[in-house]
Write a protein that binds this ligand. Sequence first.
Ligand code: SAM
Length: 282
Amino acid sequence: MSAIDDLPPLRDAIKRHGLTPKKSLGQNFLLDLNLTGRIARAAGPLEGVDVIEIGPGPGGLTRALLAQGARRVIAVERDERAVAALAEIAARYPGRLDVVAGDALTFDPRPHLSGNRARIVANLPYNIATALLVTWLTAEPWPPWFDRLVLMFQREVAGRIVAAPGSKAYGRLSVLAGWRSEARILFDIAPSAFVPPPKVTSSVVELIPRADPLACERRALERVTQAAFGQRRKMLRQSLKSLGTDALALLSTAGIDPTARAEDIPVAGFVALARAFADANG
Ligand code: SAM
């Protein structure tokens, strides 16, 4: 473990603030400064960038982001015990760390930003990770207020985010992520790197928002992917019946083989279907 600043070791802060990890808050802390540094570096050069961090916990990644040069870190944490520990980091980096005590699911970062480039970097609490990602990927207006997401997920979820058509993991999340971003897995982190170790391997994922995603109504895209993947083993001519619109007509307009299955259809195909669905219900 190498020193990145002159703050006391994270284990120390955890002890002094009684931060025994709580399962209910998805608390698996990363205390290895080499790894937190690696994640911060993966977030790219941070000079001039405002970073939103979800769930800083004792602040390992927070410290790495600040040491890496982030202009400001706005860190949202639900656990009051961690908020006290983070105050020490804020004192070490005056004016650069804002700790917001609250729930990330209802937190709107936009009023906290100062017009600089903004980025979201987090070791996410796994129980709300997908919900948060969907919120960010469905942001309006688009392009969104952030220029990059660097996030840690369970490897299985990371696999679904980056999955390509034809694979078992390909589903609604892959279509949404592929429609609005370019997503890739950067590296994996073993359970043993966390305190306490989770049951599964984690992956750090990078998502770069597309400046110009294929035009379609997000809600229509959600409806068609829900119908298609809701019965993923069925042919689309069958699964799309649940939309309550002439499924064969939609597939014909979109130029898609009615006997294909959801997992065979690339993002552009779902966008074409969403457009046809929106027009038919227009
Ligand atoms: N970033 C720290 C690290 O890497 O060691 C902690 C990561 S831990 C996986 C997830 C963190 O998210 C915990 O500190 C937990 O208290 C916090 N958390 C859980 N639910 C939250 C919520 N709804 N809003 C904000 N923070 C939350």
